[in-house]
Write a protein that binds this ligand. Structure first.
Ligand code: PEP
Ligand code: MN
Length: 373
C-alpha cells in the first residue's frame, strides 16, 4: 500500500459535498452557444458539481475535429460567471496548463492518451509544480495499473494534493460489446493500493454508446466509486466528436433520476468490505473469460468453414495433442495444475468440435440443396 494522503472530493471546493460527485458536459466545446445551452440545462438539474468540455481534442486519426482551442476558455468563463458552475478542461501539454491557469479554469484533467506517455506526464507535472489546482487523472489506454499509479505519483510529487483518478476503460484488442473494456478489477486494485484516492468512473468512454451508459454508471456506483463523468450534448447525432456516446438532455435527466445509491455494504470510510471487493474483481474477470471464450468459438466457426471447403476432418489428433501439451506447460508456469488445464481445454475443445460439426452439417445440407436446384 502506498502512503499518499488525498483530500476527499467533498473538500475540493464549496458545494462539492454531494454523493455521487457528478462531472458532466460535452465531449468537445463546439461553439459558444452550444456550451452555454448545455450549462444552462445542467444548472437546472441541480446534480452537477463540475462542467466538463474538451477544448484541445486528442484524435486517433488526423483530419477529424481537434477542438476549437483557447477561444473556448472564454466561453467556459461565462459558464463560471453566469451559471456559477466550476469547469474542467483536458490538458496534454504545459502550454495547455498555462492557458487554463490564465483563464482561471477550476480543475484540469489529463486524458488517457497523455497518461499513457510518462514523458508527457513528467512535462505536465513540471508545469504544475507548486500550483494548487485539482487534477483528474484518467487511466492509460492499456490496462497497466503501474502506469496509472505512476502518473498519480508524479502529479502528487510536485505538490498537487487534490487528485482523483478517472476510470474510462481500456482499449480492447478486438471489438467488444463496449468501446473500452471496463476491467473493473483494475480501478478496484488501484483503490486497494492507494486507500483514500477518490476514483470517478467515466461511463461514456467505457460504453461508447448512449444506451449502455446507465448500466455502466450503475455498476460504478455499486462498486462505490466516488463519482461519474458523463458526456452530455443537446443534439448528440450532430456532435463533432464522440457522437454515439453522448447523452441528450432527457437521457441525462432520466439517468440522474434512476441511479440507485447503495450504502449497505460500505464501511464507515466509504469503502466496500474486502470480501465484496474481491468478489467484484472475480466477477469482472469471469466476464472477460466469457468474452475470450466467445472469441475463441468465433474462430472455431471460421475453422469449420475452412475445413469444409478444403475437405479436412474436424478432429485432428496431432493438433489436439499439441494443444494439450503447450497449454498444460504454460499453465505450469502460472502455478496451475496440469490436470485442471487438461479438463478446461477438453471442455473448450469439445464445444469447438460441436460447433464445427454443426457448421459442416449445415454447409453440407445447403450444398445438397443447391445441387438439387
Ligand atoms: C474525453 O474525455 O473526451 C476524452 C478524450 O477522454 P479519454 O482521454 O478518456 O479518451
Ligand atoms: Mn469524448
Amino acid at each position: 500500500m502506498i502512503s499518499m494522503e488525498f483530500p476527499s472530493l467533498k473538500s475540493w471546493f464549496k458545494g462539492a459535498d454531494n454523493y455521487p460527485f457528478i462531472i458532466a458536459g460535452p465531449c468537445s466545446a463546439e461553439s459558444e452557444e452550444q456550451v452555454l445551452t448545455i450549462a444552462d440545462y445542467l444548472k437546472t438539474t441541480g446534480n452537477v458539481n463540475l462542467f466538463r468540455a474538451g477544448v484541445w481534442k486528442p484524435r486517433t486519426r488526423p483530419g477529424t475535429f481537434s477542438g476549437v482551442g483557447v477561444k473556448a476558455l472564454k466561453w467556459l468563463q461565462r459558464v463560471q460567471s453566469e451559471y456559477n458552475l466550476r469547469v474542467t478542461v483536458e490538458v496534454a501539454s504545459p502550454k495547455h496548463v498555462e492557458a487554463c491557469l490564465k483563464y482561471g479554469i477550476d480543475v484540469l484533467w489529463i486524458g488517457a492518451r497523455t497518461v499513457s506517455n510518462p514523458f508527457s506526464v513528467e512535462e505536465l507535472s513540471e508545469a504544475l509544480r507548486g500550483v494548487d489546482i485539482p487534477v483528474l487523472i484518467k487511466n492509460p489506454l492499456s490496462p497497466d495499473i503501474d502506469l496509472w499509479q505512476g502518473a498519480i505519483e508524479r502529479i502528487f510529487a510536485v505538490g498537487v494534493k487534490r487528485i482523483a483518478a478517472v476510470h474510462r476503460g481500456f482499449s480492447p484488442f478486438e471489438r467488444t460489446l463496449y468501446r473500452n473494456m471496463p476491467k473493473w478489477e483494475i480501478p478496484i486494485e488501484l483503490r486497494q493500493r492507494i486507500r483514500n484516492l477518490p476514483v470517478i468512473c467515466d461511463p461514456s468512454h467505457i460504453s461508447g454508446r448512449a444506451d449502455f451508459v446507465p448500466e455502466i454508471a450503475q455498476k460504478a456506483l455499486d462498486l462505490t466509486m466516488s463519482g461519474l463523468m458523463i458526456e452530455v450534448h443537446p443534439n448528440p447525432s450532430e456532435a463533432l466528436s464522440d457522437s454515439a456516446q453522448q447523452l441528450n438532455f432527457d437521457q441525462f435527466s432520466s439517468l440522474m433520476s434512476t441511479l440507485i445509491i447503495r450504502k449497505s455494504t460500505i464501511d464507515d470510510k466509504g469503502f466496500l468490505n474486502q470480501l465484496e471487493e474481491l468478489r467484484n474483481q472475480i466477477d469482472s474477470i469471469d466476464f472477460q473469460l466469457i468474452e475470450l471464450v466467445a472469441s475463441r468459438m468465433n474462430i472455431s466457426e471460421k475453422m469449420g468453414e475452412y475445413k469444409f471447403k478444403n475437405n479436412v476432418a474436424v478432429l485432428q489428433m496431432e493438433r489436439w495433442m499439441e494443444i494439450l501439451r503447450t497449454r498444460t506447460e504454460h499453465g505450469t508456469l502460472r502455478d496451475l495444475e496440469p490436470a485442471f488445464i487438461e479438463r478446461m481445454m477438453t471442455l473448450l475443445h469439445q464445444e469447438s468440435i460441436r460447433i464445427q460439426t454443426a457448421i459442416l452439417n449445415n454447409l453440407k445440407t445447403n450444398k445438397d440443396h443447391w445441387s438439387e436446384e
